[in-house]
Design a protein around this ligand. Structure first.
Ligand SMILES: Cc1cc2nc3c(=O)[nH]c(=O)nc-3n(C[C@H](O)[C@H](O)[C@H](O)COP(=O)(O)OP(=O)(O)OC[C@H]3O[C@@H](n4cnc5c(N)ncnc54)[C@H](O)[C@@H]3O)c2cc1C
Length: 460
């Protein structure tokens, strides 16, 4: 047990998960947070967007219900022609759930003896944090201040019709048409969700395909499904400006084309919250984009200063932020620690269908970074998928040619975020495709396709 004084800047997953570990190991822990415990992850980004998407998922199922023999009728027995989402109620639920989650975490921190200070903190050298008029001495500091939506001078959000992803839950009226600028994970998720909620969506993508960072076969499926459901995808289309005139928002593209809609969501990436924190004065090194440079146990260049989460720019995911924070505390307080291994991170794009990945990617295999054999099985052949009317999606596995060890995988389909876990266990524990294939799966189940893909990687 230690009596180290640990001060954590930022109460998101990077900060609060670290606080819980440090408290468990006996440290005297203070978390300083400016916007609410849970951070952007809980209050504006991850939790709200996935709550909105939970409603979108139901709408996607409802849209496919007729094939499964379900018709909707009004009280007179006439066929219902529209199913409407009450966006105001959805947004109220989203915000309530986020607030409740934040309060849950704050209570847990309190129970574990962590002191929470509301305010904006900054470093005063490597061993001191200042919040307003109060100074906190620290044996170690963890910087976990997160990131904020990137905006451009030519595309300024107004909070009413030109929106960042943090502002969409304040919408009081339903957009009649929505344009989403940016086809990375955030842009793709919002475009997919609002389309399912019944709003016409145009997705502006500067690249030749949506989700340029993901598996190309997966992006292809998503683009095909989205356009089939009515989304307009403008690829190789770079936004120049977004302006508003009354009720109309105009997105001008660099080639002169214009897209008009009632609302626009900007999903242009994130900038780290690392300015004016006294970081460089304390000896912390930032990269050119302002992200804190860290090693695999979350150490910065300054002795006694660690950093975790989005402010480091290392795979900007809540799960990674949390692990970086925990690793920092295990390292600081002398517990068993394994350096961060990004090849074991499973992640998911919550579109319809979902896209989940873990380990080495097709891009890496194609680029010769790793030698791997692969197999790709369409979900359409899976009996459970047939019963559920699911035709889009696939399971892809990569294994090493000699040993058969599973090194990566992709799942595209409903609940891919849950299905990927089996592949993540195989990758994390260096199981062979044969070992994965020998595990019983439920019949019928979509996970049966993972075992089947593994069987097809068997060598005689
Ligand atoms: C729309 C969207 C959806 C996402 N969905 C997912 C998902 O489904 N799954 C997933 O794993 N990841 C998701 N992410 C990513 C995830 O939200 C981030 O990776 C995560 O929030 C990072 O956690 P963090 O602790 O680094 O920072 P944050 O969650 O941003 O928390 C940082 C906290 O520090 C506070 N702070 C900043 N400066 C100071 C200061 N000087 N003093 C005190 N406090 C300060 C901030 O106000 C904030 O409360 C999503 C991101 C977006 C944008």
């Amino acid at each position: 047990m230690s009596t180290d004084r640990v001060v954590i800047l930022g109460g998101g997953p990077g900060g609060y998960e670290a606080a819980l570990v440090a408290a468990q190991l006996g440290a005297d822990v203070t978390v300083v947070d400016s916007d609410g415990i849970g951070g952007s992850a809980v209050l504006t980004d991850c939790v709200p967007s996935k709550t909105l998407i939970a409603t979108a998922e139901v709408m996607t199922q409802v849209a496919a219900a007729a094939e499964l023999g379900i018709d909707f009728h009004d009280s007179e027995g006439d066929a219902a022609t529209t199913i409407r989402v009450d966006l105001a109620r959805v947004n109220a639920r989203v915000k309530q759930l986020a607030t409740d989650q934040s309060e849950d975490i704050a209570r847990r921190l309190d129970k574990e003896g962590v002191t929470v200070v509301r305010g904006r903190g900054r470093l005063d050298g490597p061993g001191r944090v200042v919040v307003g008029d109060t100074t906190y001495d620290a044996d170690a500091i963890l910087v976990a201040t997160g990131a904020a939506p990137r905006t451009l001078p030519s595309a300024q959000p107004d909070g009413e019709r030109i929106l960042t992803w943090e502002q969409v839950y304040d919408l009081t009226e339903v957009p009649t048409e929505l344009v989403v600028v940016g086809s990375g994970v955030t842009g793709a998720e919002f475009a997919s969700a609002y389309l399912a909620l019944g709003i016409p969506v145009t997705l502006v993508s500067s690249r030749d395909r949506v989700l340029p960072g993901e598996d190309a076969d997966a992006s292809l499926v998503l683009e095909e499904v989205s356009t089939r459901r009515g989304m307009t995808v403008l690829s190789k289309s770079r936004m120049e400006s977004v302006t508003r005139d009354g009720d109309v928002v105009t997105v001008r593209l660099t080639d002169g084309r214009e897209v008009r809609a009632s609302h626009c969501i900007l999903a242009l990436g994130s900038v780290p919250n690392t300015r004016d924190l006294g970081l460089e004065e304390a000896g912390v090194v930032l990269d050119d984009a302002g992200f804190v440079k860290v090693d695999r146990v979350s150490r910065t260049a300054a002795r006694g200063v660690y950093a975790a989460g989005d402010c480091t720019g290392v795979l900007m995911l809540a799960s990674v932020a949390a692990m970086q924070g925990r690793i920092a505390m295990w390292h600081l307080l002398g517990d068993t620690v394994h350096p961060l291994d990004l090849k074991k991170v499973s992640s998911n794009v919550f579109t319809a269908p979902e896209i989940a990945t873990v380990g080495w990617s097709q891009q890496a295999v194609d680029a010769g970074e790793i030698q791997a054999e692969s197999v790709m099985l369409p979900l359409a052949g899976n009996p459970r998928a047939k019963m559920q009317g699911v035709r889009d999606g696939f399971v892809k596995l990569f294994c090493r040619p000699g040993t058969g060890i599973v090194v990566g995988g992709v799942v595209v389909g409903p609940r891919a975020s849950e299905l990927i876990h089996a592949v993540a266990v195989a990758v994390g524990e260096s199981l062979t495709a044969d070992q994965l294939a020998q595990v019983f799966t439920v019949y019928p189940s979509n996970s049966g396709s993972i075992a089947e893909a593994a069987r097809r990687l068997h060598h005689v």
